[in-house]
Design a protein around this ligand. Structure first.
Ligand code: SAH
Ligand code: SF4
Ligand code: F3S
Length: 442
């Protein structure tokens, strides 16, 4: 049996694409996925270019694979995803032992190009953006565990001034409503209990219901919530501007929609938000969160932050810290600004030193960690709905699960608990997880 190794970097959309790619190679070439690159017949790196560091991982990975190819010259190396899209043929010039370069929208070509490269021994590059044929060309889904990802959109048309995504993934395009329902129903039939809807800006989702009505993300969630057997729905990522009242209402109307929202704010300073071209103000963001909290008081809110954006003063940064405290964000992601070639912000004058940016990042992360620890401690003694996902490999007498607010749970349990939602009592808060017990009286 030929074998395939995939190394995935970047966001959950890349995780989703890699899963579908593995399904496609299994379907076309009976390839089995292996967990180490040695001896694999096809090596794929699914890349991310959101920050310079992420991008550099591509070349160090394929650099390591070069030696594997020297030992076994029939090995095919493919670079796919966002760096592939951005760099195109330049990848083959820099690393001539790479055979295939495919952008995020042309991944479905891999089975055909694998055969082509094998017979012609010539490299192939396709980084075009052909509408949304990718999903039509991929085989049906195979599930693995009780949680699944479904991409509902590709690309992004927001063009935030610092961001590479609109250039690597193309303009925003929604998948047909029916296709998403079919994919979800296949997954639910296979026992999936939790679905996360994916896109760079999912609240701009637009489709047509089978009855011919225009559907937004809220309506899509209502349709999915009607599936018997599906217990939990999440979505990521959303943009504050398009975070609509219908979606806020959905939190009141759909108990299956998890009480957790990841809503990237990036900065707490209106001056910086405007330079970032985020097209909302801190006040508007706060207003939307207030409304949401009035509908779902138990909601946990996480976010993304960029520090050290060109022109960010200490006062702008203090405004970010104040916003973090006033919203009381839960576990969040924060990054030092990384200039991306071809984006408007890359031309801005940026006199701040890296040390000063690192210092800001540390102060922000300390505050966010403190808040998420406080939330974890406040959960001790409470009863949470937990989806048990697997046995703990290191401690076979334990199971692992997730709360609605995305915390990892460890508890004494066995395989009979897997794939179900259970009420559980939280016993102890650890830095990265919570210890819990099944609650028989709840
Ligand atoms: N579509 C989502 C997130 C996309 S990328 C949104 O708009 O919110 C994930 C995160 O990476 C962003 O939220 C941002 O915080 C960060 N990011 C994007 N470009 C960056 C850059 N050039 N430098 C540093 N962080 C960046
Ligand atoms: Fe990038 Fe902005 Fe689109 Fe998010 S919304 S992917 S940050 S351009
Ligand atoms: Fe990275 Fe592309 Fe996702 S740049 S964050 S893999 S959309």
């Amino acid at each position: 049996m030929p074998s395939l190794y995939i190394q995935t970097y970047g966001c959950q959309m890349n995780v989703y694409d890699s899963q579908r790619l593995a399904d496609a190679m299994e379907h076309s070439h009976q390839m089995t996925q292996v967990s180490s690159p040695e001896d694999a017949d096809l090596l794929v790196v699914n890349t991310c270019s959101i920050r310079e560091k992420a991008q550099e991982k591509t070349f160090s990975e394929v650099g390591r694979w070069r030696r594997l190819k020297q030992k076994k010259p029939s090995t095919i190396i493919a670079v796919v995803g966002c760096v592939a899209s951005q760099e195109g043929e330049a990848i083959i010039r820099r690393a001539p032992y790479v055979d295939i370069v495919l952008g995020p929208q042309t991944l479905h070509q891999l089975p055909r190009l694998y055969d082509q490269v094998k017979s012609t021994q010539k490299p192939c590059v396709d980084v075009s953006f052909p509408e949304i044929e990718k999903f039509d060309a991929l085989p049906d889904r195979a599930s693995d565990g009780p949680c699944a990802l479904i991409s509902v959109m590709e690309g992004c048309s927001k063009y935030c001034s610092y961001c590479i995504v609109p250039y690597t993934r193309g303009e925003e395009i929604s998948r047909p409503f029916d296709d998403i329902l079919v994919e979800a129903s296949q997954l639910v039939d296979q026992g999936i209990k939790e679905i996360t809807l994916l896109g760079q800006n999912v609240n701009d989702y637009r489709g047509l219901t089978p009855e011919g009505h225009e559907a937004d993300l809220a309506l899509l969630i209502h349709y999915l919530a009607a599936f018997d057997g599906l217990e939990r729905i999440r979505f990521t990522t959303s943009h504050p501007t398009a975070f609509s009242d219908t979606l806020i209402d959905c939190y009141a109307e759909e108990p299956k929609l998890a009480a957790h929202l990841h809503l990237p704010v990036q900065s707490g300073s209106n001056k910086i938000l405007s330079l970032m071209k985020r097209d909302y103000t801190v006040e508007l963001f706060q207003e939307k969160i207030e409304k949401l909290k009035s509908k779902r008081p138990d909601i946990s809110i996480s976010s993304d932050f960029i520090v050290g954006f060109p022109g960010e003063t200490e006062q702008d940064f203090q405004d970010t810290l104040s916003l973090v405290k006033s919203i009381y964000f839960d576990r969040s992601f924060s990054f030092i600004y990384s200039p991306r070639p071809g984006t408007p912000a890359a031309n801005l004058f940026d006199p701040e030193t890296l040390d000063s940016k690192k210092d800001k990042l540390k102060r922000l992360q300390d505050l966010l960690n403190h808040q998420s620890q406080t939330i974890s401690r406040q959960m001790v003694g409470s009863i949470q709905q937990v989806l048990i996902t697997q046995i703990n490999e290191n401690r076979p007498e334990e199971v692992i699960g997730r709360t609605e607010n995305n915390r990892i749970i460890n508890a004494i349990g066995d395989t009979s608990h897997i794939g179900q939602l259970h009420p559980m009592r939280i016993k102890t808060a650890r830095p990265h997880s919570l210890e819990a017990e099944f609650c028989l009286d709840a």
